[in-house]
Design a binder for this molecule. Structure first.
Ligand code: UDX
Length: 433
């Protein structure tokens, strides 16, 4: 099927490449001409495992192309995926200006050619939007009967985005229009997984609910970790014991420096703001956000229990991106931790496999290293901020000999605590001291 994908950011580009891999003919559209030129050359512009390789394969096969002209894609497509960003406004609500602009252009173009072709097309909203937005769009399109509307949220994780798109846990198809549903069913026919055929509003709520629930699990475990630290319990053992209950499940019980990234912080604020706009107080969601904000502050307090004054001490930060396998720094815990440590007077060295240069632009005075051992050389403490494999799988004997003082602070509970202690290091994790 011929489809277009508007917005070639993280979600849009992954969507475009994955539909091409499923055998469809895809046009990716973006107003940013530089980005389009780069994509035409096969450069993804973001780090995501296998994405650039598959982009190049699909370009070579002619299954995907890129354009900055909406016209090019819309009129030849049965499905028009809208994947533009919905970043938070200062009050936390979602900024729909890019989305609205794209939608009015689509309507204009389709209306202008009405009569010439009466092909039914479905506008599929992948962008995360407040509940009710898709129905509002359907009402706006009411005078263009050949334009249908569906909500089809994505649940892909950065670092495994392409894999998640091709092997989804579920496909949510939110539309009240049978023809739109039929087009989407045909598009996804090759993927084996459960379909949730539902209304547009339910689909929107499923997306927010899923992200907010996952964020809640993390904040809950972080709260429990703070208590575990006081009571001498080990949160990783506690999580293992809890997770074996199938009603709880073993995933997203990892205590650490808190969640980051482009989705959880944005979507929890947007959902909470949506509640406020409709007179529904959501105190649990507010606490989830607050626990997350406080986690790095608490972590620094813990660190000061072993190193009461950080002034003049060299602290090595291992991992800077918001999670491993991505070069995305959005809402990364490192960006909350760095100013807190600098305020204490610490001297910072840092290593990240992909993000050194991005962070150097914000903090040019940090000492950036080419590998974890270089960052740890002569440091008074090493802090695991992001659990990149390069930063987790360390030779602790070598770490001990390179550090000035033998302190390790595991912000992700990912280091081998026993091996670190056996090498003569003093280990402190999040709720597992
Ligand atoms: C998330 C959702 O998982 C995905 O379904 C949605 O489409 C977009 O948002 P992503 O932001 O890529 O995906 O990352 P994810 O793997 O979910 O991790 C989010 C954050 O939570 C990271 O900062 C991670 O370090 C943190 N996290 C995750 C924890 O602190 N503990 C855990 O147990 C799991």
């Amino acid at each position: 099927m011929k489809i277009s994908v508007i917005g070639t950011g993280y979600v849009g580009l992954t969507t475009a490449v994955s539909f091409a891999l499923m055998g469809h003919d895809v046009i990716g559209i973006d107003i940013d001409q530089t980005k389009v030129a780069r994509l035409q050359k096969g450069e993804a512009g973001i780090y995501e495992p296998n994405l650039e390789k598959e982009l190049q394969n699909m370009l070579a096969l002619g299954k995907v192309s890129f354009s900055s002209s909406l016209e090019a894609g819309i009129l030849s497509s049965r499905a028009i995926f809208v994947c533009v960003g919905t970043p938070p406004l200062p009050d936390g609500s979602a900024d729909l200006s890019a989305l609205n602009q794209v939608l009015s252009s689509i309507k204009e173009r389709v209306k202008a050619t009405a009569g010439a072709s009466n092909v039914t097309r479905v506008v599929v909203i992948k962008s995360t939007v407040p509940v009710g937005t898709n129905d509002h769009i359907a009402r706006q399109f009411a005078d263009v009967p050949e334009l249908l509307v569906a909500s089809n949220p994505e649940f892909l994780r950065e670092g495994s985005a392409l894999h998640d798109s091709l092997h989804p846990s579920r496909i949510v198809l939110g539309t009240e229009e049978p023809q739109a549903l039929a087009i989407l069913e045909e598009l996804y026919a090759s993927l084996v997984c459960e379909r949730v055929r539902t209304t547009r509003a339910n689909a929107e709520m499923i997306k927010y609910g899923s992200n907010a629930f996952l964020a809640t699990k993390i904040s809950f475990m972080n709260e429990l970790a703070r208590l575990s630290a006081e009571l001498g319990a080990d949160i990783t053992e506690v999580a293992r014991g809890m997770g074996l209950d199938s009603r709880i499940g073993p995933y997203f019980l990892g205590a650490g420096l808190g969640y980051g990234g482009s989705c959880f912080p944005k979507d929890t604020s947007a959902l909470s703001e949506l509640g406020a706009q409709h007179g529904v107080d959501m105190p649990l969601l507010k606490q989830v956000q607050q626990v997350n904000e406080l986690q790095p502050v608490w972590f620094v307090e813990q660190l000061k229990k072993l190193l009461p004054t950080l002034a003049g001490l060299k602290i090595a930060l291992l991992g800077l991106s918001f999670k491993p396998q991505t070069d995305d720094m959005r809402e990364a815990a490192s960006l909350r931790l760095i100013p807190l440590l600098l305020r204490e007077g610490a001297v910072l060295s840092a290593y990240d496999p992909l993000c050194n240069e991005k962070v150097r632009k914000l903090y040019p005075d940090l000492d950036f290293a080419d590998n974890p051992y270089q960052a740890l050389a002569g440091a008074d403490a090493g802090v695991l901020v992001t659990e990149w494999e390069q930063c987790v799988k360390l030779d602790f004997t070598r770490v001990k000999s390179t550090l000035r003082q033998p302190f390790l602070f595991d912000g992700r509970n990912a280091w081998d605590k026993r091996a670190a202690i056996d090498a003569g290091l003093t280990y402190m994790g999040v709720g597992r001291s």
